[in-house]
Design a protein around this ligand. Structure first.
Ligand code: BMA
Length: 317
């Protein structure tokens, strides 16, 4: 994993003032990422000084220099919800056929659930609904149907960090006929006590490779103050409930100052992945560059690059 030398790629000072809600933004982190035509897009999680969260789009020609839009993303239909909405955050972007989907965490009422939205142009967004049971976070959609159904990983929030947030120690595979109602199939990964990934949750949407579905996740070491890191695992193409191999070590951990110090120290939290090259059958090419965007210390957006081949290899370390 090679950190971009001028990280962070987006920081709070890059967020334009958008009156009245976003003036002198406090932090920007955990972005969704996607290639849209010849542009790289990020859907940023931006916090204002009231610690209220907003989604703001940013675009780039090279995946490095981002221009942040001068407007807050509006999800049409969200206003019809009767629930009390506190925050929308940690968006993951997936293209399925001709549509682009945003799966994100929603702090509502007394819990966190997954929300889904759809767009075709990244200008108009349609809220599709709350699409999980209560207490679920870290949803990532597969980019294609498997045996005629949609798939995702999700992370039930069932573990309480002392003095911290409700988190979880299992990643669950679920399937759906319509993207709205989901049926859980199997636990695919659990936290491993005393090591780097005691708590776990999916990071970025799965990537189809010839070797299997490549799935990045975050692991939290809990021995003292939490340390958020990133790992990889590989799932069978026709049946992602089967894990081919899960790396035993993290592939990215807080080391640089911008990861060690900030709003929440010791955090790398990847949420966006862009693979540059796919073959004609839709498999990510072995030698293709992979860009991974992550939140650093819940304060800024950073970039690491690697290749498909290296990520796959690390599933077996
Ligand atoms: C998790 C989520 C993430 C956040 C991380 C570190 O529980 O809330 O959004 O980046 O904690 O604070």
């Amino acid at each position: 994993m090679i950190r971009y030398k001028n990280n962070p790629v987006v920081k709070n000072s890059d967020i334009p003032d958008i009156a009245p809600n976003l003036i002198d933004a406090t932090s920007v982190f955990n972005p969704g990422a996607i290639k849209f035509g010849d542009k790289y897009l990020l859907m940023l999680r931006v916090q204002n000084r009231g610690r209220k969260t907003f989604f703001v789009m940013a675009e780039s020609k090279d995946g490095i220099d981002f221009k942040v839009e001068n407007k807050i993303v509006e999800l049409k239909g969200l206003e019809k919800l009767e629930n009390k909405i506190y925050h929308l955050y940690d968006p993951r972007l997936t293209k399925i056929e001709d549509d682009y989907f945003i799966l994100f965490a929603m702090d509502i009422d007394d819990n966190c659930s997954l929300g889904l939205a759809k767009t075709n142009d990244f200008q108009n967004f349609e809220f599709m609904g709350i699409v999980s049971e209560k207490n679920v976070r870290n949803g990532v959609l597969f980019p294609e149907k498997i045996n005629g159904e949609y798939y995702r990983f999700e992370r039930p929030n069932t573990a309480q960090i002392e003095g911290g947030p409700l988190t979880g120690n299992s990643i669950v595979l679920a399937k759906s006929k319509n993207l709205i109602e989901w049926e859980r199939i199997a636990i695919v990964a659990e936290g491993i006590k005393f090591y780097w990934d005691e708590m776990v949750g999916s990071s970025t949407p799965p990537i189809k490779t010839k070797k299997g579905w490549l799935h990045t996740y975050h692991g939290i070491a809990m021995h003292y103050a939490p340390i958020y890191q990133m790992g990889v695992m590989l799932h069978e193409l026709n049946d992602p409930s089967k894990v081919i191999s899960r790396g035993s070590q993290n592939i990215l951990e807080p080391r640089e100052l911008y990861e060690l110090v900030g709003q929440v120290p010791n955090v790398v939290f990847p949420t966006g992945i862009i693979v540059e090259e796919f073959d004609d059958e839709g498999f990510a090419k072995d030698d293709s560059e992979v860009k991974i965007y992550y939140g650093a210390a819940d304060t800024s957006v950073c970039l690491v690059t690697t290749t498909v081949k290296e990520l796959v290899a690390h599933c077996f370390v």
